[in-house]
Every structure is written in C-alpha cells, then in structure tokens.
Design a protein around this ligand. Structure first.
Ligand SMILES: Nc1ncnc2c1ncn2[C@@H]1O[C@H](COP(=O)(O)OP(=O)(O)OP(=O)(O)O)[C@@H](O)[C@H]1O
Length: 257
C-alpha cells in the first residue's frame, strides 16, 4: 500500500504551562482534503506552525512521502512540497498581484538594478516564462483581471485567493490553508469551495484550518477535531459530527443554529 503523503505522530508543543499541541497524530493521504478544526485556542495554528517549520516540536515525528521529515525552515518546507497561507493575510502590499505570485516562484534574482539592466537574453526569457506561469495561476484562482492591481487594492476574498495562487506557485503536494474563508461572504465562500475542489481534482492534498464548519464538513475527506491541544475526534465528517465530545466542545452551537 502506498504510504500516507504526510503523517505526524505524538506531536507536542508547550508554551510555558500551556499545552498548545498535546500528542497530535495526523495523516494526509494523496489527493485528500483534511480538516483541522476546534474552538479558539485549540492548537490548530500551532500544529500548522510545527508542520511548516515555524515552530520546533518538543516531541513527535513527521513523515512525508514515507520518509522522515524534519521541517527546519519555511523555505525548505516549501521546497519539500508543503506550501501554506496565513490566518492574517501576508502579501507584499506594495507589489502587484502578479508580482506576488512571481515571488512565490522565487523569480527574484536579487541582482538589483545593475542586474536588471545587464540581463542576458536567457534571463529575460526565464522572467517571461515565470510571468506567464504566474498569470496562469491568477487565472486558475479566478483573479487574472486584477494582475496589475496592488495586492491591497483587491477585496479581502480576492486577497485570500491571491495567497492561494502564491502558495501554488511552488507547485506543492500539500497546500496548507489557515482559515481561507475568514472574512468572505457567502458567494466568495462558494467560489472558494469550488477552487479547493479543483485543486484536489488536480492531484494536490489540502490541509485546512477553518472555522466555517459547513465548508469543512462539505469538502473534507477526513476531519481532526482538537480541543486544548488534544485530538478529541478524528474521521469522516459524518463520524466527527456525531461524536459527543465534539458536540460538547465545539459543534453544539450548530444544532441550535
Ligand atoms: N507563540 C506562542 N507563544 C505562547 N503561546 C502560544 C503561542 N502560539 C500559540 N500559543 C498558545 O497556544 C494555544 C493554542 O493556540 P493556537 O493559535 O494554536 O490555537 P488555534 O486553534 O489556532 O486558535 P484560533 O482558532 O483562535 O486561531 C493558545 O493557548 C495560545 O495562546
């Protein structure tokens, strides 16, 4: 059997007396959308930060493509094949949408002004190729018409789509999205859901932190529910929705909605 694309086993991170992540086991299979949900402060973003090399675990192991995986820096993580977005959008505000995606492709040569003046024909062709690919990604997420707008001129929902395009620019196997629907209206959420489905159909796996339970339950193959850093339920959306621990900790409100 093909090994899981990604696993974490016994993952732990403490901050002082707070057990932010307390023995979390996760698995992402090829082409799956895996949801990570739980109340505020449950440890979701901390898990993401451990997986993507922003935090160092106190304990636990990862595998990626069946081999031990030690995320040492966000850049290395992207090279390995895991790209992420952030809960608080992190775009380059003084750059256009297109340039933001180019950065995701590491198109910046760091040659400065002289380098730009004395570019060789091969470098120019490479730049052109990168811009074309970046444009294709903007088209893929549905915001090609804003390619030349500054990132800050885009609506909130479109900025989140731009972040996804930038993350896709490194051609990851796993796309880790931290609350992609935050601040979106119902129409934008519907478009986001279609985009995530398309990304999955195109062969990528998605790890999704999201407060919109309807979106999570509608799109995820597997869901892990955290509370106080611990896994309180894990399985299909139908399974976790019936878990008494989940209903008590988190989903209870839904049944009154
Ligand atoms: N860098 C840090 N330093 C100290 N405490 C932290 C740090 N990061 C997270 N924590 C604490 O760890 C716990 C888990 O936080 P985390 O942000 O991972 O939860 P979350 O489930 O993502 O919450 P939310 O849904 O509100 O984003 C919280 O008690 C938080 O205060």
């Amino acid at each position: 059997m093909k090994p899981a694309l990604f696993t974490s086993t016994g993952l732990q991170k403490h901050f002082g007396g707070v057990r932010a992540v307390d023995g979390v086991n996760l698995a992402i299979e090829h082409g799956q959308v895996v949801g990570l949900i739980g109340p505020n402060g449950a440890g979701k973003t901390s898990c993401f930060n451990l997986i993507t090399g922003l935090y160092t675990p106190d304990a636990g192991q990862f595998t990626f493509n069946g081999k031990p995986y030690k995320p040492s820096s966000p850049n290395e993580v992207a090279r390995m094949g895991i790209a992420r977005t952030f809960q608080n959008i992190r775009l380059f505000n003084s750059m256009t949408a297109l340039e933001n995606v180019c950065v995701g492709m590491h198109c910046r040569t760091g040659q400065g002004v002289l380098g730009a003046v004395f570019r060789t024909p091969a470098q120019r062709r490479e730049e052109q190729r990168i811009r074309e690919q970046a444009m294709a990604l903007l088209n893929y997420v549905g915001i090609a018409q804003y390619a030349d707008y500054l990132a800050t001129q885009l609506s909130y929902g479109d900025q989140r789509r731009l972040e996804i395009a930038r993350a896709l620019a490194s051609n990851p196997q796993v796309l880790a999205l931290d609350e992609p629907a935050a601040g979106m209206n119902a129409t934008e959420k519907l478009k986001l859901r279609e985009l995530l489905q398309r990304i999955r159909e195109d062969g990528k796996s998605i790890l999704l932190i999201e407060h919109d339970v309807k979106l999570v339950m509608g799109i995820c193959d597997q869901v892990t529910v955290l509370d106080y850093g611990k896994v309180i339920a894990q399985g299909t959306p139908a399974h976790v929705q019936q878990s008494p621990a989940v209903i008590e900790a988190y989903l209870g409100g839904l049944h009154h909605g």
